[in-house]
Design a protein around this ligand. Structure first.
Ligand SMILES: *Cc1c(COP(=O)(O)O)cnc(C)c1O
Length: 387
């Protein structure tokens, strides 16, 4: 049976070229990068080169602005908890949005239990945060604004440049979770002016379990992992050298291939979108019609549960997701869709298709053909559907 992977926002396959770049660091270059002998120096060299590549992808001015971490989740935790603790004498107020990834939302929830106040900005119907509400929320106690670069469920790209300007005017730190944007949207950290940027290797064809946090020169964070003097004394722990080399290679390939591969993927995404909405009734796009990631299309199939569509597509060899990690047993609708004002019925029937560089026209044709009979069959069984 054909196997078609359309869940690249959950994770991407490891690019064989990236695997090749990593293998020597498992086979031969095993040294501890902190060791002074040649074994250590070779590992250090691998890390240094990777740091330069990530800095270049991000448009960082100084390579030391890049700190390697163990995941996108860790980068978000480090940025938010690190800033909150470091600035606790200045204030205790944080502003974020209600559509963030749980790595940000649950970190903010944790801080709320520890004396911090958090404002969760609502968004418009396309998932874009309201800049006026942002401005109005800032007080003299505000220490951090954390708004994602692009949303993982709907792909909507936030007005991060405007947010960065507002933050700067008010002398508030700005963190952006760019885990989904990295490798898909050209980025320039210095131009953007963000203080903190999170990214993760496995969302753009690198290995799992390695991420990075851009920390603008001069920005101070309380460290998350206490230990040795690794990462310029910002994160303890012997470096995951092969993983870091993989992240570096992912950054290099993304810099080189981004514009070409994104144009191709966008065309496939639009073909899929049109193929679905033209052939299946009661379908609606979730997210911004233009201003969104070139690989993401989130569609509500009204009167249905997303889970049952996933299971049926899975039986046809197609991997997609609802875009929300559903809490075991209960079918909670996505927090992203509900805070955009999508009705619970529509939110429950939503499916996120997220494409990648290895998808082709055939894959899309297959899905466009497989879906209508599935939806038809499920709707006939749905108590909500009246024909
Ligand atoms: C995947 C993801 C994360 C978490 O990254 P991990 O490396 O899987 O921990 C954080 N934010 C967003 C927007 C994501 O898509």
């Amino acid at each position: 049976m054909k196997k078609i992977y359309l869940d690249h926002n959950a994770t991407t396959p490891l690019d064989p070229m990236i695997l090749e770049a990593m293998l020597p660091y498992y086979r031969d270059v095993f040294g501890n990068a902190s060791s002074v002998h040649e074994f250590g120096r070779l590992a250090r060299k691998g890390i240094d080169e990777a740091r330069a590549k990530v800095a270049s992808l991000l448009g960082a001015k100084d390579v030391d602005e890049v700190v390697f971490t163990g995941s996108g989740t860790e980068s978000d935790n480090f940025a938010i908890k690190g800033a909150a603790d470091n600035l606790k004498a200045k204030g205790n107020h944080i502003i974020t949005s209600s559509i963030e990834h749980h790595a940000v939302l649950n970190t903010c929830k944790f801080l709320e239990q520890n004396g911090y106040k958090v404002t969760y900005l609502k968004t418009d119907k396309f998932g874009i945060v309201d800049l006026n509400e942002l401005k109005d929320s800032i007080t003299d106690k505000t220490i951090l604004i954390s708004i994602m670069y692009a949303n993982n469920e709907i792909g909507t790209i936030e007005p991060v440049s405007d947010i960065s300007k507002i933050a700067k005017e008010k002398d508030v730190l700005f963190h952006t979770d760019a885990v989904q944007a990295t490798g898909k949207v050209p980025m320039n950290a210095s131009k953007l002016g963000a203080d903190l940027i999170s990214l993760s290797a496995h969302k753009f064809y690198g290995p799992k379990g390695v991420g990075a946090l851009f920390i603008k020169k001069g920005v101070k964070l309380t460290r998350l992992l206490h230990g040795g003097h690794h990462e310029k004394n910002r994160r303890g722990g012997t470096e995951n050298v092969a993983g870091i080399v993989g992240l570096g290679k992912a950054a290099e390939l993304a810099s080189k291939n981004m514009s070409e591969s994104q144009t191709r993927i966008k065309a496939l995404r639009d073909k899929l979108h049109n193929g679905i909405t033209e052939n299946i009734k009661h379908t609606y796009l979730n997210g911004h019609p233009e201003n969104r990631l070139c690989n993401t299309v989130n569609i509500s199939f009204e009167y249905l549960e997303g889970e049952s569509i996933i299971l049926n597509l899975d039986m046809e060899g197609v991997g997609v997701s609802t875009g929300s990690a559903c809490t075991s047993g209960s079918l909670e609708p996505s927090h992203v869709l509900t805070s955009m004002g999508v009705s619970p019925v529509r939110a429950q029937g939503s499916i996120r298709f997220s494409l990648g560089k290895d998808n082709n026209e055939e894959d899309i044709d297959y899905v466009i053909k497989a879906l209508p009979p599935i939806i038809d069959r499920l709707r006939k069984m749905s108590p909500l559907y009246k024909g």
